[in-house]
Design a protein around this ligand. Structure first.
Ligand code: FES
Length: 134
């Protein structure tokens, strides 16, 4: 092997290593919150969630009552750079106000720059008690 061939091989190997390293570490990871809380919708502080199209943020989760009247909850921090997202009742989607990422009501990325889905949480309504949990 000539010196030129050897240096070329090292250059290719280093380039592949850098790219592989970046691909594994540069991708924004989804948050992995463990939550379990209950909102009493009969209390004034939580009563906004009685309205279709309304939302509130609690303990790192954004909880929304869709236009159709179902409760959904996802992580409140955008997976792009962590900005707090909002629920857009007109489109039934979650939107990040910082760079415009769009997520479905189940947290799936619909539009970048975010490339990772939002963590989705479970919701269970019993009477006026809304439990949100991972
Ligand atoms: S921080 Fe949400 S799109 Fe950039």
């Amino acid at each position: 092997m000539t010196r030129k061939e050897f240096l070329g091989l090292i250059g290719v190997t280093a380039g592949v290593t850098v790219v592989a390293s970046c691909m594994s570490s540069c991708k924004k990871k989804s948050t992995d919150l463990t939550i379990d809380f209950t909102l009493d919708l009969s209390l004034p502080a939580n009563a906004v969630l009685l309205n279709n199209g309304a939302y509130m943020i609690n303990q790192g989760a954004i909880v929304a009552k869709t236009i159709a009247g179902t409760y959904v909850a996802v992580a409140a921090a955008c997976t792009h750079e962590g900005q707090e997202i909002m629920y857009q009742s007109s489109t039934d989607k979650f939107r990040c106000p910082k760079h415009g990422a769009l997520f479905s009501d189940a947290g799936a990325v619909l539009q970048g720059p975010a490339s990772t889905d939002l963590q989705k949480f479970n919701t269970t309504l019993t009477g006026t008690l809304l439990r949100v949990y991972s």
